[in-house]
Design a protein around this ligand. Structure first.
Ligand code: FES
Ligand code: FES
Length: 169
């Protein structure tokens, strides 16, 4: 079948993003990061280095953390993508988001959505992490502001909130 009607070199790609099926028509060279931000308006996922060094673009693909700047969108066809915008639970923030606010776990906030996505992934795999587990799991998320102590405190608090949702305060 000819795809000329899509425009030169463009292909249709269907993604499931935050529980919603979306179809985009893109050049195959486009990264997942650029499609999320520029085609779908999901700008919570940040572009830092754009070359796999900083973790600002971290999202979940089929439940695993990936750097969205290193993944082609076409390779995510038919797969489930979760971004920071998809973490809310009904009207409430995700416990990790709440804990980041409570613990002042950010300064400029540029790294924060990537940090939160990595923390959510960690807690889904290991609901009771120790400090060392958190430091290891989040080593790929850099924070130029040096908010690391507060970030670790936030992840520990989120684990407590997940274990006992009424334990806050
Ligand atoms: S923007 Fe993807 S790792 Fe830095
Ligand atoms: S809060 Fe500024 S880079 Fe992390």
């Amino acid at each position: 079948m000819s795809l000329d009607w899509l425009g030169p070199g463009r292909v249709p790609v269907t993604l499931n993003v935050n529980g919603r099926e979306v179809e985009v028509t893109i050049e195959p060279r486009r990264t997942l990061l650029s499609v999320l931000r520029e085609e779908l308006g999901l700008t919570g996922t940040k572009e830092g280095c754009d070359e796999g060094n900083c973790g600002a673009c971290t999202v979940l693909v089929d439940g695993r953390t990936v750097y969205a700047c290193l993944v082609l969108a076409v390779d995510c066809s038919g797969r489930c993508v979760r971004t920071v915008e998809g973490l809310r639970r009904a009207e409430n923030l995700h416990p990790v988001q709440e804990a980041f606010v409570d613990q002042d776990a950010f300064q400029c906030g540029f790294c924060t959505s990537g940090q939160i996505v990595s923390a959510v992934s960690l807690l889904e795999q290991n609901p009771k992490p120790h400090r060392g587990d958190i430091e290891r799991a989040m080593a790929g998320n850099l924070c130029r502001c040096g908010a690391y102590p507060n970030i670790v405190a936030a992840v520990l608090e989120a684990a407590r909130l997940e274990e006992a949702p009424d334990a806050k305060d």
